[in-house]
Ligand binder design. Structure first.
Ligand code: ATP
Ligand code: MG
Length: 392
């Protein structure tokens, strides 16, 4: 008998014949996410994944479970007792030991859920549950059976080997990163865009990031913050590239040429144009932003309409219908919030009008943009001078 970690996955099943591609990716991603915690063998086994510690300090148990449960594609993970001896006597003994250990003598209502994946096993699931349940009842004095409102569920799975456990931790779900190509997130350093990146990553998409930096108006610390956020995101989505675009000359040029009320939208359009060029070079099929309707002046329906026009590739706005509180909740859960709220300046707030238009008209914006006679030249220059930072 030994301890291993049993990983359950869900949605991957819908993929029919491509199932193995998804499973293999998930195995790779789990391996990658836990490699600094020890030495593990990660393998598929009949629609589940087993993580077997080879060299592992169980002090890091919680961290290990957290890493696995945060891997996109995982719907549940449990530390289980595994035994190859599938006799009912052996199962009873291990189940009893585990029930005692897990309930620590506290009075609890329990039930047993038994599953027999091996249909040749001579005892039916229901019967396994009642035999083991009876044995536990007779050999403890703190436990009572309650199949409707149990406080403690002991699970037994009989397969080619037997797994016994009670502590199934929910995973984040989604699909394994790498099963859905790549997208480029416009990462600003605020609360929203890291959450947007995480949400698309959760659909199996590899993420790279682009950040518009207006040195010296935005400091090195502001850039470092975006690097730190990228590192957080890459814990979920794997290694990524961060493109840092030198944006100052473009911003100075637009400030000189365009009406102040139009600056916010023109600036956002230029960001989209550059992002699209970079995305195409990068092999990305979409741009991701952290926009949500009505959140700020640049995110009214008219503003989104006027900026969207600047790029032709799909723009994903996974937060479009979210309230700030909902976004903040996810940001805290994925641990980007504390970095996002560090108070460093942001290029958008430096040059733009204090009272930007909330109902810009596309034709007027385009006229303003056309006043920038060096637009194309400066875009090319900015793209040529991008700094590429490898993260993770
Ligand atoms: P966030 O919390 O993500 O900063 P926000 O509420 O501040 O968003 P805006 O400043 O209007 O909203 O930015 C909207 C989106 O545009 C951001 O979510 C991000 O995707 C992108 N963006 C804004 N500024 C930058 C920047 N300097 N570099 C890269 N992307 C940016
Ligand atoms: Mg912002």
């Amino acid at each position: 008998m030994d301890n291993i970690y049993l990983v359950k996955y869900g949605e991957i099943w819908v993929k029919g014949r491509n199932k193995y591609i998804f499973e293999d990716k998930l195995v790779d991603n789990i391996k990658n996410n836990i490699k600094d915690l020890g030495n593990f063998k990660v393998k598929k086994n009949l629609s589940q994944i087993l993580v077997e510690p080879i060299l592992f300090d169980t002090h890091y148990d919680e961290a290990l479970i957290e890493r696995i449960s945060n891997t996109f594609g995982v719907v549940g993970v449990a530390k289980v007792y595994r035994t190859k001896d599938n006799s009912i006597e052996n199962i009873k003994e291990i189940a009893l030991m585990h029930a005692k250990e897990a309930t620590e003598g506290k009075n609890q209502r329990f039930k047993i859920v038994a599953k027999r994946a091996d249909k040749n096993y001579p005892i039916l699931s229901q019967q396994i549950a009642s035999e083991v349940g009876g044995y536990i009842l007779n050999n403890t004095d703190n436990l009572t059976v309650d199949v409707n409102t149990p406080e403690f569920i002991l699970r037994i799975e009989v397969r080619d080997e037997v797994y016994i456990y009670s502590n199934l931790v929910a995973g984040v779900g989604g699909m394994p990163v790498g099963t859905n190509d790549k997208a480029l997130v416009m990462l600003s350093g605020g609360i929203d865009s890291p959450v947007a990146a995480w949400m698309i990553g959760k659909r199996g998409v590899v993420i790279d990031a682009i950040y518009f930096h207006s040195s010296p108006y935005t400091s090195e610390r502001a850039k470092q913050k975006v690097i730190d956020l990228s590192k957080k995101i890459s814990q979920y989505t794997g290694s990524m590239k961060l493109y840092v675009v030198p944006f100052t000359d473009l911003q100075l040029h637009m400030r000189e040429k365009c009406k102040h009320e139009a600056l916010t939208i023109v600036m956002r359009r230029v960001m989209f144009k550059i992002s699209e060029i970079v995305a195409k070079r990068d092999g990305s099929y979409a741009i991701i932003t952290g926009e949500s309707v009505g959140q700020v002046a640049s995110q009214t329906m008219q503003s989104i309409y006027a900026t969207n026009d600047a790029a032709s590739m799909p723009i994903f706005r996974p937060l479009i219908g979210f309230d700030k509180e909902e976004i903040t909740k996810v940001a805290k859960k994925i641990d980007t919030y504390d970095t996002s709220i560090l108070p460093y300046e942001d290029c958008c707030t430096i040059f733009v009008a204090r009272h930007p238009q909330t109902k810009p008209r596309l034709d007027i914006i385009i006229k303003e943009e056309q006043k920038m006679d060096k637009l194309e030249e400066l875009i090319n220059e900015a793209v040529e001078n991008i700094e590429v930072i490898d993260i993770g």
